[in-house]
Design a protein around this ligand. Structure first.
Ligand code: ADP
Length: 815
């Protein structure tokens, strides 16, 4: 007989080990994890004949918890460091109280237990004189495996229970109805919400009951045919996933379920997960929103249409106002009257420009803006824009500069008018909000593939800038940074909104960068095709490069941006460029180096271009000089021709520099091909013409009458299409201006009759239209007219269109 922890008298350790294992295995049937743990620890204590057995778990770096002990005097926690040291290496140790401060027993046996996530030890406590012989250690070895086994089981039970608890908590809480169907067809599982939806038991149901419940639900749906169609694909393709599948009940809708069905498979389990979410509220709200959006879109289009139409209607009488004013200005007037007339003209034109803005804006809004697709040259558009705005730039002594990277195609396909409109808007804003410095336009290719180029344009000024918190509003219609801006700078706040819309039509976007007080940069991109007919910018530059290569040039300008651009341009031609910002630096350079040519800016602080040129001429009489000047700013009393070989007007055009350099350097004779036609082509003597005007509006009649008189053409005027047809049949006319909208017979019908009656001998017919909406031009041309003029038109427009058709009229005359 032995007493636990006392001196063992002939203990049969093999029998004890067997008894321990035999008693341990029934414990596995237990469901209560704590009981398994406690009972196995007690069992070990008994069969090991120990004073006490204690199970310790290492929970984390700071906690070693006593999970169970047969001796209640043992504290709940043990020193972690000691526990860690004891279980290291996973060997059974016998510790005296000197190396392990355990409160019971003079001798303690530590059995490390690691299984799954469990890490800890079982401590058996004995008296000092307990005999630990070979049989005892065999007992420990034999029972150790059983201990680990049971701990592993406890861990697995625990993990499973944890998972089940979480799973049930989630499934019981979420609103969605969840169904899991086993592919073996044996079982189905539903959560509480699904049980309610399908009128089943929570959790397990027979597959048959589940299938039946799902079928009933499907058959109750209003769109059951649609559901059946999707369902069919699901059963033929078992791995398919279906999402956003709407099951709609009731008509009108009372309930909408959003159904997802996904395969749920693992190595051992095959099944499908169904999720039913009630989205009735969302569905109804979306229907309502879609209806509201449609209504709003329709109202928006109607509003834009109204604005567009109204703007036209205003443009027609404005035509009369502006036209008559320009005629009036050409009559003898007193100083006071001239002043009044000029005020009317300026007010009229600014009103017209506002109306044009509104018209453009509403045309784009209502989707009526169609873009042309024709080749144009980017540099030309920039130069035209600068020409248009040069008066303003000169007034404020601002430089207008541009630089086009060589990777930009020389000509692109697109709508030149709209592209110019964007540039004019941005550059004129730049000029408007800048008091000193420059406006610079740069162009570069940022992406090119499959014949398409994404071009980036930057319009950068050195003006007042835009506060950061105002930038996001800039592109909104009618928005200005500061409401006092309207009074100070003018404008409607529509310009940028129009630019943004036009840029979007060109597949691009527009952004702004600015530092308040230090200027702004408007950056826009467009996506275009290059005109493959045109030589590449590169190729053209190469031509000049051959002739200019190796020459050295001195450039003097106080504007550093301009210096940079000019140097880059000259270097591109292979020239050696030295750029200086001050005349003293120029003189120094000239004293040291021999140059082939020098370019000098007119307006500089200290000494102007002419003074500097005069000095250089005295010291370097053989150095050819070129002057940049602003039109109208050259003093007439100084003999510029003696000092400079060429004078270039600002804004500086790169082609002109190239021509000037080539000419001055004497290696290249100027030809029409390079310079383009002279701006003032000799005007041919006006042909003597008979013109018929068919126009019902009295003011417009007067206007065109005076214009034709001024241009010196004989003409007759009639008030409707019927009279026009009668006239051309009774008298030969070269040209008919045909208003398209007239009472009794409109311009289209009259044109049709005239063409029918006179065939090839009919006069040239120019349609007069007040509409500038997309499709008008096509309508006029399709109606058989030769060309069109849209109102309001100026004398120059009438003149241009007559000149355009002169040769055709001459042919008619001869034929
Ligand atoms: P507006 O006809 O008033 O010029 P925009 O749409 O062209 O209309 O410009 C809107 C506002 O954006 C301007 O009133 C001005 O406050 C600001 N803005 C536009 N361009 C610039 C610029 N280059 N520098 C500073 N502010 C600018």
């Amino acid at each position: 007989m032995t007493v636990n922890g006392l001196f063992p008298e002939n203990i049969d350790w093999t029998q004890e080990a067997l008894d321990f294992l035999v008693n341990l295995y029934p414990l596995k049937q237990e469901k209560d994890l704590a009981r398994i743990r406690n009972a196995s620890t007690s069992l070990m204590c008994r069969h090991a004949h120990a004073l006490a057995a204690t199970l310790v778990q290492l929970e984390d770096e700071v906690t070693a918890r006593v999970m169970y002990t047969t001796d209640t005097t043992i504290p709940g926690f043990l020193p972690v460091a000691e526990v860690v040291a004891l279980i290291e290496g996973e060997v059974i140790r016998v510790c005296s109280q000197a190396d392990f401060t355990f409160p019971v027993g003079e001798k303690n046996v530590v059995i490390p237990v690691r299984a799954g996530a469990f890490s800890g030890m079982l401590v058996l406590s004995y008296r000092q004189d307990f005999l630990m012989d070979a049989g005892f250690f065999r007992f420990l070895e034999n029972t150790w495996t059983g201990l680990k086994d049971i701990t592993m089981l406890v861990q697995t039970y625990y993990a499973f229970e944890q998972l089940t608890t979480r799973f049930n908590a989630i499934m019981g809480t979420i609103e969605a109805s969840i169904v899991f169907v086993d592919d073996s067809g044996k079982e189905g599982w539903v959560n509480a919400a699904a049980a309610k939806l399908l009128q089943l038991e929570v959790n397990r149901n027979s597959a048959m009951a589940l299938a039946d419940a799902m079928r009933k639900l499907r058959m109750a749906a209003h769109n059951q045919d649609e559901i059946a169609a999707v369902g069919a694909t699901l059963f033929t393709h078992p791995n398919q996933t279906v999402k956003e599948w709407k099951w709609i009940f009731g008509n009108p809708v009372t309930r909408v379920l959003n159904v997802s069905c996904v395969p749920a498979t693992s190595a051992n389990i095959n099944g499908r997960l169904w999720v039913f979410t009630d989205i009735t509220q969302l569905y109804l709200t979306n229907i309502e929103l879609a209806a509201q959006r449609k209504l709003a879109d329709e109202q928006n289009i109607a509003k834009s249409d109204f604005l567009a139409n109204m703007s036209h209607e205003i443009r027609t009488p404005m035509n009369g106002v502006i036209g008559m004013t320009s005629l009036l200005a050409n009559t003898p007037l007193s100083e006071e009257q001239r002043d009044y007339v000029e005020t009317i003209r300026i007010s009229g034109e600014s009103l017209l420009s506002i109306i044009n803005d509104i018209l453009d804006f509403s045309k784009i809004e209502s989707g009526k803006m169609e873009l042309e697709h024709r080749a144009f040259r980017i540099s030309t558009v920039i130069e035209e824009t600068y020409d248009l705005l040069s008066v303003k730039a000169n007034e404020k002594e601002l430089d207008l500069l541009y630089y086009i990277e060589p990777n930009v195609p020389i000509e692109i396909m697109g709508d030149v008018t709209r592209f110019r409109q964007i540039l004019v808007n941005l550059v004129s804003n730049g000029l408007k909000f800048t008091e000193k410095g420059e406006v610079l336009v740069t162009a570069e290719t940022v992406h090119a593939a499959d014949g398409y180029y994404t071009l980036k344009f930057t319009v950068k000024d050195t003006g007042i800038g835009i506060p950061a918190d105002k930038m996001h509003k800039l592109f909104d219609s009618f928005s200005q940074v500061d409401s006092s801006t309207t009074r100070k700078y003018g404008g409607t706040g529509l310009g940028l909104a129009i630019c943004q819309k036009l840029v979007a039509l060109m597949d691009g976007n527009i952004t702004v960068e600015s530092e308040y007080g230090h200027g702004s940069a408007f950056i826009f991109t467009i996506r275009v095709q290059a005109n493959t007919q045109a030589i590449h910018y590169n190729a053209r530059k190469k031509e000049a490069a051959v002739r200019l290569a190796g020459k050295s040039i001195l450039i003097l300008d106080d504007n550093s941006t301009n210096l940079k651009i000019l140097s880059r341009q000259c270097e591109w031609w292979g020239m050696h460029a030295v750029a200086v910002q001050h005349y003293e630096a120029a003189f120094e350079q000239l004293a040291q180096t021999r140059f082939d040519i020098a370019m000098i800016d007119m307006m500089m602080p200290g000494k102007d271009g002419i003074e500097v040129g005069t000095i250089i001429n005295e010291t370097n009489p053989y150095l050819p000089l070129v002057l940049f000047s602003s039109a109208g700013y050259l003093p007439s009393d100084r003999n510029i021709g003696d000092i400079f070989k060429a004078v270039l007007n600002k804004p500086i055009k790169h082609n002109q520099i190239e021509d000037a350099l080539l000419t001055v350097l004497g290696q290249y004779a100027q030809t029409a091909e390079v310079t383009g036609l002279p701006a003032t082509a000799p005007v041919k003597e006006a042909m003597s013409l008979n013109i018929l005007v068919a126009e019902d509006d009295e003011i417009n009649q007067k206007l065109i009458k005076r214009a034709l008189e001024k241009l010196g053409y004989a003409h007759d005027i009639v008030g409707n299409g019927k009279l026009a047809v009668a006239c051309v049949n009774s008298k030969p006319y070269h040209l008919v201006f045909m208003d398209v909208m007239m009472p009794e017979m409109d311009g289209y019908e009259a044109t049709r009759l005239i063409t029918e009656q006179l065939g090839g001998k009919r006069p040239v017919i120019i349609g007069l239209t007040a509409n500038a909406l997309a499709g008008d031009k096509e309508k006029v041309l399709a109606g058989g007219m030769d060309d069109y003029l849209s109102k309001p038109y100026k004398i120059q427009d009438i003149k241009n269109i007559i000149v355009k058709w002169e040769s055709k009229m001459q042919q008619n005359d001869n034929g």
